[in-house]
Design a protein around this ligand. Structure first.
Ligand SMILES: [Zn+2]
Length: 662
């Protein structure tokens, strides 16, 4: 497409006289695309049916005259006050039964038919106005769907839709009663119309009902996006449609959402105030990019790449010189075809007045501007070659939203989080410079030498068979604690000891377990004692070999980690959460058994990642630290960008090219 760097731009925040200065500065910085208008409904329709697109047409024409293209966002995450005043019922209801009012954003119910009618009316006019505009290339539906929608929405409209959804799924109320186990605490229903949205209870919740609710909410969001996309697609068949995801966020099944988009986009704020400080670890950022690539098994766009201090009432740390460029190129290394920086200029008003951008409040180009300019000058010439190319990892980690939902409902241990478990396994591979794909559980796994499937908590006969077939045919599989615990309805398995039929695959049984509440435990692996956390499955060997044993608890000297040959492959079972040291050592052992290739060796803070096209391999070496670093590569590559091979300056990004091996 020839478009690889851009900014999120809000010309409506600034006087008209400023626009040309902005566009000139953008052009000089290497901007090829902007995203606009995703929060500008009032500006475009100040009263019912009175459309004012002329300011936007003018901005688009000005940008286009400098060769800068536009992506338009539909502003449906912030309906204007006149709609809300006219139709207050479109405002969502939270679990406490409170209406959530106008004054922020996302003050809308996505199932509400009145709100949908307003959207249809507006989006149709919006799309028609820009369908043949030469400056416009595509659309972003809404903004960060799922954001701010924690437990929304409990309104009557959502209740009716939820009842229909359940009826479609279960057919009869008896089937729902069985699936939800409503015999417990007298929760049986006579009819679907008795079922409410999950408002706050006196105490406790039905885990099966909550799982269905989360799946319903995800389906509603996907339906909302699909329905909007359809309106635009019919009017603008030549424009692409995308949406800005939020990494691992768990309010909507992103695999489903990705299905209706031409490509996936992502937003990332490594140094936001809500992240671990001083910033989210690079391994977690890398995993986020990898999972985003996995949602559609396709390269993606960064729609919002952090370019300044981020926060609302509280702010995160300032970005060090070079740090943002390293993060931006990390996005590219993991599969981004374009990087759009949020945002062009920090604005003077509103909730996000301290969400900084490339330009500060004064609008004068400074340190960050010059840094991005250098970045685009260095890398734009390669970006066209990268486009569409993908990493080809030998290792996959299984990721699934239903497992995430089920463990959010019952985390077992107060600190246990599904995505964090995935991140812990990921980090051990990242540190060894081993690229990783994220896959869904029922995907074809045969291309991977090693598959890691943490917390396979909800299990089906099909998934059991899928894993058994993969290993029988020579695959290497890691399963972990809390595997095979529940069926697809979130009811406990009762026919066999845990982990069900996968016990045959792993050569073990798990008749008992222990939650390490307010404590940690120990494991002996080799001759060394290591720390473990959160959980211990108490394992009986049934053909497997023990490779680590517990050193604490009444079950000490019993197996903690096992290995079992099955068919032509190997299944490992890790019955606990390994501390970082144990994780590193066990993963060294397993990746060596599987003969997984590593890209090189380097200290912490140096990242290596590849993208491959038909005949070429691009290798990125990124220094995420403010210190000089040394490294060593395991393959033969030619240095394209960078000062000196095997040495990195602070935050330096080096680019190599090599020939494809496979
Ligand atoms: Zn609602």
């Amino acid at each position: 497409m020839g478009i690889h760097f851009g900014v999120d731009y809000y010309p409506e925040h600034w006087p008209r006289e400023r626009w040309e200065t902005d566009v000139q500065l953008m052009k000089e910085m290497g901007v090829q695309v902007v995203r606009m208008a995703e929060f500008s409904w009032f500006k475009m329709e100040p009263t019912l049916g009175e459309f004012h697109f002329e300011w936007l047409e003018e901005a688009i024409a000005l940008l286009d005259s400098y060769g800068i293209k536009t992506i338009l966002g539909t502003p449906t995450a912030a309906p204007p006050a006149w709609i809300v005043r006219k139709n207050p019922e479109i405002q969502p209801i939270d679990r406490e039964g409170r209406r959530r009012y106008f004054g922020g954003r996302h003050h809308d119910c996505q199932s509400n038919p009145v709100y949908r009618a307003h959207i249809k009316r507006f989006v149709t006019a919006f799309a028609k106005c820009f369908a043949n505009n030469p400056g416009v290339i595509g659309w972003q539906i809404d903004n960060e769907l799922g954001n701010s929608h924690g437990d929304l929405c409990m309104c009557t409209s959502c209740q009716q839709l939820y009842q229909k959804w359940l009826k479609r799924k279960y057919g009869t109320i008896e089937a729902l009663n069985d699936a939800w186990g409503t015999t417990f605490w007298s929760q049986g229903y006579n009819d679907f119309i008795q079922i409410g949205t999950p408002m706050i209870t006196a105490v406790g919740e039905n885990p099966s009902a909550m799982l269905d609710w989360k799946c319903y909410c995800s389906d509603l969001i996907v339906n909302f996006a699909d329905w909007q996309a359809e309106i635009i697609r019919n009017i603008c068949p030549n424009h692409f449609i995308t949406h800005n995801f939020m990494c691992f966020d768990n309010k909507v099944d992103y695999y489903d959402l990705a299905g209706l988009l031409d490509f996936v986009s992502n937003d990332i704020y490594p140094a936001g105030h809500w992240q671990k400080q001083p910033h989210q670890p690079e391994s977690e950022l890398a995993a986020s990019h990898d999972v985003v690539r996995g949602y559609k098994k396709k390269s993606f766009w960064m729609m919002e790449q952090q370019s300044g201090m981020a926060g609302w009432e509280i702010m995160g740390r300032a970005l060090e010189p070079g740090q943002m460029s390293a993060w931006a190129m990390q996005s590219v290394a993991h599969g981004a075809d374009a990087v759009i920086f949020f945002r062009w200029r920090a604005c003077a008003m509103g909730t996000e007045q301290y969400w900084h951008g490339i330009l500060g409040h004064s609008g004068k180009p400074g340190r960050i501007y010059n840094e991005v300019k250098k970045l685009t000058q260095t890398f734009t010439k390669y970006m066209e070659d990268f486009e569409g190319s993908m990493p080809c990892p030998e290792v996959a980690i299984v990721h699934n939203f239903r497992q995430n939902y089920a463990l959010d409902i019952q985390p077992h241990h107060p600190q246990l989080r599904y995505v964090e478990q995935l991140q812990k396994y990921y980090k051990a591979l990242y540190d060894k410079k081993i690229p990783v794909d994220f896959v869904q559980d029922m995907d074809n796994l045969s291309q991977y030498k090693l598959v890691i499937a943490p917390l396979q908590y909800l299990m089906t006969p099909e998934l059991e068979q899928h894993y058994m077939d993969y290993v029988a045919n020579g695959g290497h599989l890691i399963l972990t604690m809390r595997t095979g615990v529940k069926d697809a309805n979130n009811l406990c398995m009762t026919k066999m000891e845990l982990p069900g039929r996968l016990g045959m695959l792993c050569g073990i049984e798990v008749p008992e377990y222990d939650c390490l509440l307010e404590t940690t435990g120990g494991v002996l692996y080799g001759k060394k004692e290591y720390q473990i956390e959160k959980w211990c499955d108490i394992i009986t060997l049934n053909g497997a070999r023990q490779i680590a044993e517990y050193s604490t608890g009444f079950y000490k000297q019993t197996p903690a980690i096992t290995e079992n040959k099955y068919g032509s492959g190997i299944a490992w079972y890790i019955g606990t959460e390994p501390g970082e040291e144990l994780m590193e050592d066990v993963m060294t052992y397993i990746t060596e058994v599987c003969e997984i290739e590593t890209l090189g060796t380097a200290g912490d803070g140096v990242e290596m990642m590849t993208r491959e096209s038909e005949d070429k391999v691009w290798l990125f070496v990124i220094n995420h630290t403010n210190d000089e670093q040394i490294y060593h590569l395991h393959g033969r590559y030619t240095l394209l960008e960078g000062e000196r091979e095997e040495a990195l300056k602070p935050y330096e990004v080096q680019l190599f090219v090599g020939n494809k091996r496979r």
